[in-house]
Design a protein around this ligand. Structure first.
Ligand SMILES: *Cc1c(COP(=O)(O)O)cnc(C)c1O
Length: 224
């Protein structure tokens, strides 16, 4: 694909986001985070040239490698993956714009300690395992609000901005929809929360129609 063809391709993706956005509400705004985990720094640069500014990775070492390779570009880096405790310092060295996958009170306490020691803060989202799947990280919906409030209270260096979910792993659209609705219901009850991160390449329109305002698009943004 030439750069010109790529631009037309991306315009089409954005048009799909637009249609879904308006179905939820005229004033609803949706931000696209391009997940570059399957892509090279060169491919990220091509998408950057079209106008994309927010990119995300799911492995700390990849985030580190690509953000340093592209450090001359004013990219807003997100971290969307599961964070192991022994990688916290590496993540904080990079100081990402947003950590999407804070998935337990225990991890929040570890993060708080490290943040406090460095005298820094981190914007984060509480990950909710809305379909209660074994294979997924996150707090269960029943506990989400209480854990969110507890983190706010006990971890002053973590600035919670809202919630994140991965749609149910299913062919059944109704089931995926239900998982998004569960997360959105929790999001609405959280005072001060501004980000509801849900929707990936295969289900972003459904996620937006359920109220998502931040979608994490990997394969579709890089045409993979
Ligand atoms: C890989 C990944 C995405 C993007 O997935 P695609 O299906 O390629 O769009 C979004 N969120 C998380 C947490 C991911 O790991």
């Amino acid at each position: 694909m030439t750069q010109e063809e790529y631009k037309i391709y991306i315009d089409n993706v954005i048009r799909r986001v637009e249609f879904a956005r308006v179905r939820f509400g005229e004033r609803h705004i949706v931000k696209i985070v391009a997940i570059s985990k399957y892509s090279t720094a060169k491919e990220i640069e091509k998408l950057y040239k079209i106008g994309q500014r927010a990119f995300g990775e799911n492995k700390v070492q990849d985030l580190k490698a690509k953000s340093s390779e592209l450090e001359e570009l004013p990219i807003e880096w997100h971290f969307v993956g599961n964070l192991q405790k022994n990688k916290i310092n590496n993540l904080l060295d990079i100081n990402p714009a947003l950590f999407h996958a804070l998935d337990s009170l225990d991890l929040a306490h570890e993060l708080q300690k490290k943040l406090e020691a460095r005298d820094m803060t981190l914007d984060a989202l509480l990950q909710i395992n809305s379909a209660k799947e074994e294979s997924k990280h996150g707090v269960i919906p029943e506990n989400a609000i209480e854990i969110y409030r507890q983190i706010e209270k006990e971890c002053p260096n973590i600035h919670l901005k809202g919630v994140m979910s991965i749609g149910a792993h299913s062919e059944d659209k109704a089931l995926i929809k239900k998982s998004f609705e569960t997360t959105y219901e929790i999001y609405k009850q959280l005072e001060g929360a501004t980000i509801c991160s849900m929707g990936m390449s295969g289900d972003f329109e459904l996620a937006i129609e359920c109220g998502s305002n931040m979608i994490r698009l990997g394969s579709i943004m890089f045409n993979k």
